[in-house]
Design a protein around this ligand. Structure first.
Ligand SMILES: NC(=O)c1ccc[n+]([C@@H]2O[C@H](COP(=O)([O-])OP(=O)(O)OC[C@H]3O[C@@H](n4cnc5c(N)ncnc54)[C@H](OP(=O)(O)O)[C@@H]3O)[C@@H](O)[C@H]2O)c1
Length: 334
């Protein structure tokens, strides 16, 4: 039998998610059958559940990423090199990844490098790919990597720590911003050489300027939105670019047109959803390879906040959005 996580209407994930039991799936043409060992609960997964419009005729499967072991390869499946029965793999994007068994299209199945634990492999795609996507966004700015630097908010998040690690590996200058002194101290321990500023104090923007030490802030990454975007735009140098990649704040972004006009600022949204739609097949392959490399070189930054069983879904989704949490919440489905 197969136990999998579904919902039939939008709403609070703790209220609408259910585990249903069905016969084990059989791989069809072009598909790979995987027995999952772990999968992450990402904020984006929860946002999709909250935002689901109306009521669904059929149960909607949850989750997009998982890791596991290949049990069978269907006819005509053009698997990536190394994907074989008995091998460890991860999948992204697979709607319905929160399941004991999944039949995934061969194109979204990638091998797990030797030396990566299941705890890392379970979230080695979404967050590292986001870091790769963001790095590309930053590098489109001509000054970034020369005299220009990056400021990123919510820098203690799972994505933010990978962005910092990637910047360090490539000698790209970054100033981190978090919302608490506690978060700043935690991040300073991990990255002693990277400046970190806490917004707990009113003069935080000046602290960022001080950390920039006269260098222009060319790019800012922000997964929060809301009112503090004005402060970030204010920090940007003329021609600067703000990349918004999340919506952690409840309130809308409010910016006077003059702020954008006089400094010729760019305000841009970026999501993996658009990356999937817009990136060429070659770029997707190369970005997945870069994501795996991030998992290998920065595996210490793939903290697991906690691991839950399928019968503890409500606890898992509550923990996934808990303030002060460090790392990703995983589910072990067996
Ligand atoms: N665009 C994409 O395709 C994409 C892909 C992946 C992730 N994301 C987004 O990236 C963000 C980070 O995801 P994650 O899984 O890495 O997060 P995470 O590990 O759960 O960490 C969330 C972080 O955000 C901080 N935070 C939460 N609400 C905040 C607020 N209102 N103001 C300031 N800081 C706040 C938390 O700070 P405390 O420690 O102080 O609680 C924590 O450090 C999320 O918004 C997620 O949706 C986007």
């Amino acid at each position: 039998m197969n136990r999998r996580v579904v919902y039939t209407r939008g709403g609070s994930p703790a209220d609408v998610l259910a585990v249903i039991e069905e016969p084990e799936p059989v791989p069809q043409h072009g598909q790979v059958l995987i027995r999952t060992t772990a999968f992450p609960v990402h904020r984006g997964d929860l946002l999709a559940i909250e935002a689901y419009p109306g009521t669904a005729a059929e149960p909607v499967p949850g989750g997009v990423e998982a890791t596991g072991v290949v049990e069978a390869i269907g006819p005509g499946a053009r698997v990536a090199p190394g994907v074989e029965v008995g091998g460890r793999v991860s999948v992204f994007l697979h709607p319905g990844a929160w399941s004991q068994w999944i039949v995934a299209d061969a194109e979204v199945v990638v091998t797990v490098p030797d030396g990566l634990s299941d705890e890392v492999a379970a979230h080695m795609m979404v967050n590292p790919l986001t870091a790769v996507m963001l790095r590309r966004e930053a590098q489109e700015h001509l000054a970034f990597g020369y005299d220009g630097l990056l400021v990123q908010t919510a820098a203690g998040s799972s994505v933010g720590r990978l962005v910092t690690g990637v910047c360090q590996s490539h000698n790209l200058p970054v100033v981190n911003v978090v919302r608490s002194d506690r978060g700043a101290a935690e991040l300073r321990k991990r990255f002693p050489d990277v400046p970190v500023v806490s917004t707990e104090h009113p003069g935080w923007a000046d602290e960022v300027r001080k950390a920039a030490d006269g260098r222009p802030v060319s790019v800012a990454f922000d997964p929060i939105g809301g009112k503090h975007v004005e402060d970030l735009l204010d920090l940007l140098a003329p021609g600067g670019k703000l990349v918004v990649y999340g919506q952690l704040a409840e309130e809308p972004i409010s910016v006077h047109a003059s702020t954008l006009l006089h400094k010729s600022l760019t305000l841009r949204g970026a999501t993996l959803g658009r990356w999937l739609l817009e990136a060429s097949a070659e770029r997707r392959v190369s970005d997945v390879a870069a994501a795996k490399q991030i998992a290998l070189t920065l595996k210490d930054q793939f903290d697991v906040a906690a691991t839950y069983g399928l019968d503890e879904l409500a606890n898992a989704v509550e923990h996934a959005v808990r303030p002060g949490k460090v790392g990703t919440v995983l589910i072990r489905p067996w």
